[in-house]
Ligand binder design. Structure first.
Ligand SMILES: C[S@@+](CC[C@H](N)C(=O)[O-])C[C@H]1O[C@@H](n2cnc3c(N)ncnc32)[C@H](O)[C@@H]1O
Length: 275
């Protein structure tokens, strides 16, 4: 395993972090419960697909299929939608939730770096919050471009440097060593594919690139979902002692008690890239 950068270690991601949706769900739960956004994330992201009846759509890194599960009533008729993910566990969860819908879904484990589809197959390829995990991103983007029809679009969500920037600061100095290992980010602390560098990484493969920013922040009024979020991204082999968890719990509870909640910034958006 590439212990230097578990964030882009496909074997580790598939067998551990994303074996099933439990870690991802701990993070999504914090956003669902404490978001201040006017429009929820999944409907907002779905609107950017601009689906029309009969379109062919591929999703790479579909996770448990939330994009479709939360928008199932808004899906136009006659679309062919293929959901893929590196993790067979994720694909199985997406399939269990969507296979009996009235729409045409297909499901298969697949790595974005080697897509098993013919050239010019899809109107839209979705890659939400996953391009930062791809070890050979140029290869992954070349594959996306290859399977898109002429004028087809890649729709790819990611985060920016200011996303959840308060979280490490909420951890006291004496726990900082552990804090450094709390968040499973790239070694530099930045996502490899993020709002700040996404355009330049996409440019070699796409003719036109638009960026849509999502306005949101969190106002967290309960401790346990924040603890679950923080501990959903431990690096492999890192074990945080119960005493450290208890210390954080007390500290964050006191802050919520004193201020009524904890403010956390968000910095997310979607690149729309035309072939
Ligand atoms: C942060 S989750 C996002 C899931 C979903 N797109 C969402 O936004 O809720 C990242 C997903 O990408 C998948 N993934 C990671 N590397 C991948 C790769 N090389 N090819 C395909 N999927 C990958 C993971 O298994 C995981 O399900």
């Amino acid at each position: 395993m590439n212990r230097q950068d578990p964030f882009r270690d496909s074997d580790y991601l598939q067998k551990n972090q994303y074996k099933d949706s439990s870690n991802l769900d701990a993070r999504a739960n914090l956003h669902r419960k404490f978001s201040t956004a006017k429009v929820r994330w999944q409907p907002w992201a779905f609107d950017l697909l601009r689906l029309e009846p009969g379109m062919r759509v591929l999703e790479c890194g579909c996770g448990p299929g939330w994009l479709w599960r939360e928008n199932i009533d808004r899906l136009p008729d006659g679309c062919d939608i293929i959901l893929t993910d590196l993790s067979p566990g994720m694909v199985a969860e997406a399939e269990a939730a969507l296979a009996t819908s009235n729409h045409r879904f297909d499901f298969q484990p697949s790595n974005i770096q080697a897509l098993d589809f013919a050239d010019s197959t899809f109107d839209v390829v979705v890659a939400n919050h996953m391009l930062y995990h791809v070890p050979d991103l140029a290869q992954g983007l070349a594959e996306v471009r290859r399977v898109l029809k002429p004028n087809g679009r890649l729709v790819a969500a990611t985060n920016g440097d200011n996303h959840m920037k308060e979280l490490p600061l909420l951890i006291p100095e004496e726990l900082r060593q552990k804090a450094a290992s709390l968040r499973m980010r790239g070694e530099a602390g930045q996502l490899p594919f993020r709002l700040e560098n996404g355009r330049s990484l996409l440019e070699p493969f796409f003719a036109q690139i638009d960026l849509h920013l999502y306005e949101d922040s969190l106002w967290v009024t309960e401790v346990e979902p924040l603890l679950a979020y923080a501990f959903s991204m431990l690096k492999p082999g890192v074990d945080v002692p119960e005493t450290a968890v208890a210390q954080l719990r007390d500290l964050w509870a006191a802050k919520i008690e004193a201020d009524g909640g904890i403010h956390i910034s968000k910095h997310s958006g979607v690149f729309e890239a035309y072939k």
